[in-house]
Each structure stands twice: as structure tokens, then as C-alpha cells.
Design a protein around this ligand. Structure first.
Ligand code: SAM
Length: 269
């Protein structure tokens, strides 16, 4: 079957890494696991063998036939032929209320998939994801590192993120041009910091990081009209009340520092 590069098809062929991923998930027979992009079934076979209820979502119709031939008779396996970006995970896992996710993700959609998983976090407790190593570095980055940015804040706000291990290009067919890493995201029961209006908080984060070389004051000035932040004086006041110097760069701000800034703007709007 021809490989579809447009669907990010890099199949994990090294049994050592297939096993390592599934062992780090340690599926239990009484739980539901969603696999995004089962491909040729490398991880699926180990997941199905664990006895857990597996719901696999694959977009490539040409792979559906062989996946069904291989696993279709297994009672604990269900295949959804669809785009994972449009699937309602919470609905698909019923009667289960919660599931874990495993995926060797197509890298071309890793950020939108992450955003979608986070949006549906009320029914997802944990995700074990193979991603481009550089994306994992951005996810787990701490403030004051060059990888720290919007994605770090987004994921760390909702999840505890831990890199499990790296995977070299040679473990895949065809080999990707980039290194890969497996990351575990545990969905927090409460966001990492208390925020009154999450939508505004993330709009503010986006604005703060819009131009990395600019100070936070300058980035906020640019976004002032769109986010209704007020004039420069009000922005300076909000920064001061959050205890932040106007000349700082967003990449130095922790979640614990951004939350009071959002609160300062929402308090008196
Ligand atoms: N899990 C397999 C493995 O580890 O060898 C395949 C991984 S491959 C990197 C990504 C898989 O995701 C491919 O099978 C591809 O067809 C599938 N895929 C790509 N885009 C998708 C989407 N939007 N929704 C669901 N599956 C998708």
C-alpha cells in the first residue's frame, strides 16, 4: 500500500519502541483507550492484547480494510473511519465516562490535535503522544528558555507534562526528517492556576507572546484595542498591580505571574 506522506504516515516499525510506548501506558482491562491514527496496527496489536476497550480513529480509508481484517473480530476493538480533528471523543467513549489516549500522531496536525484533546479534557484523563521532539520541547519548556511560549502555557495550564523518552528517525518507515519524543500529559483536575475567564486568559497569553523580542508592555499595547485593555496608563497599572515590570519579555513569565495580570484586567473592566 502506498505511503501517504500527506497524512503524516511514518509507521513505527521498531518493536522495542512499540513495546515501550504501550508499557508506559500500561493499559488495564477495565478501561477505555482511544488510539488516534492506528495506521498498520503496530501499537493497536499490543493495546488490543491488553484486554482494554480500544477505540481507534483512522482517516486513511485504504488502511481500514486491513485493520478490520486484523482486529475486527475482537470484542474489545472498534474502528472509527474519520478525521480525529472532528471526532467527539466524549461521545464515542460512552458508556465510559473517561478514557486515556495513545497516539503516534501525524506531525502535520499535532498542534490542532493537542488543542482538540485539551478541549475535550472533561472525558480524557491522560494522553501518551509521540510528537516531533521539538514540539515536546515546547510543551515541557519552563519560563526563560527559548522553547517556552504559547504552547507551553496552554498545555501546562491544563496538564502535567512529562517527556518519557526520545525515538530516533530509524525506528519509523519511512524515516521522518526529525527526531521524535513520547510525552505523557496528565489532565489536571483543576487548571494549574486559578483564572476567572479562561478565554480572556489565553487571548492575553497570545498577545503577550505575539512578538517575542518585544517587551510585554509593547505587546499589550498592540493588542489593546482588540482585547479592550485600555490605554497605556491602564496597561501599566495592570502590570504594576500584578507585580510585573513593563520591560520584561513574555518568555520569562510563569503561569503564576500571568494569572494575576489577567485578573488585573478583568477586575476593573
Ligand atoms: N500508529 C501507527 C504507528 O505507530 O505506526 C501509525 C502512525 S502514523 C505517524 C499516523 C497515522 O495517523 C497514519 O495512519 C495516518 O493515516 C493517520 N492520520 C493522519 N491524519 C489523521 C487524522 N486527521 N485523523 C485520524 N488519523 C489520521
Amino acid at each position: 500500500m502506498p505511503i501517504k506522506k500527506s497524512l503524516g504516515q511514518h509507521f513505527l516499525v521498531e518493536p522495542y519502541y512499540q513495546r515501550r510506548i504501550v508499557e508506559s501506558v500500561a493499559p488495564r482491562a477495565d478501561e477505555t483507550i482511544i488510539e488516534i491514527g492506528p495506521g498498520q496496527g503496530a501499537l493497536t496489536a499490543l493495546l488490543v492484547a491488553s484486554g482494554a476497550r480500544i477505540i481507534a480513529i483512522e482517516l486513511d480509508r485504504e488502511l481500514i480494510g486491513s485493520l478490520m481484517a486484523r482486529f475486527g473480530s475482537r470484542e474489545n476493538f472498534r474502528l472509527i473511519a474519520a478525521d480525529a480533528l472532528t471526532v467527539d471523543f466524549c461521545q464515542e467513549i460512552t458508556p465510559a465516562a473517561s478514557a486515556r489516549v495513545v497516539a503516534n500522531l501525524p506531525y502535520y496536525i499535532s498542534t490542532p490535535i493537542l488543542q482538540r484533546l485539551i478541549k475535550q479534557r472533561r472525558c480524557l484523563s491522560e494522553m501518551t503522544l509521540m510528537l516531533q521532539r521539538e514540539v515536546v520541547e515546547r510543551i515541557i519548556a519552563r519560563p526563560s528558555s527559548k522553547e517556552y511560549g504559547y504552547l507551553s502555557v496552554l498545555v501546562q495550564f491544563y496538564c502535567e507534562a512529562q517527556r518519557l523518552f526520545n525515538v530516533p528517525p530509524g525506528a519509523f518507515r519511512p524515516a521522518p526528517k526529525v527526531d521524535s519524543s513520547v510525552v505523557r500529559l496528565r489532565v489536571r483536575t483543576q487548571p494549574a492556576v486559578a483564572v476567572a475567564d479562561e478565554e480572556f486568559f489565553f487571548e492575553l497569553v497570545k498577545a503577550l507572546f505575539a512578538q517575542r523580542r518585544k517587551t510585554i508592555l509593547n505587546n499589550l499595547r498592540v493588542a489593546a484595542l482588540r482585547l479592550d485593555l485600555g490605554d497605556e496608563e491602564r496597561i501599566r497599572c495592570a502590570l504594576a498591580s500584578a507585580g510585573l515590570e513593563a520591560q520584561r519579555r513574555a518568555e520569562t513569565l510563569s503561569l503564576e505571574e500571568i494569572a494575576p495580570l489577567a485578573a488585573a484586567f478583568t477586575r476593573d473592566s
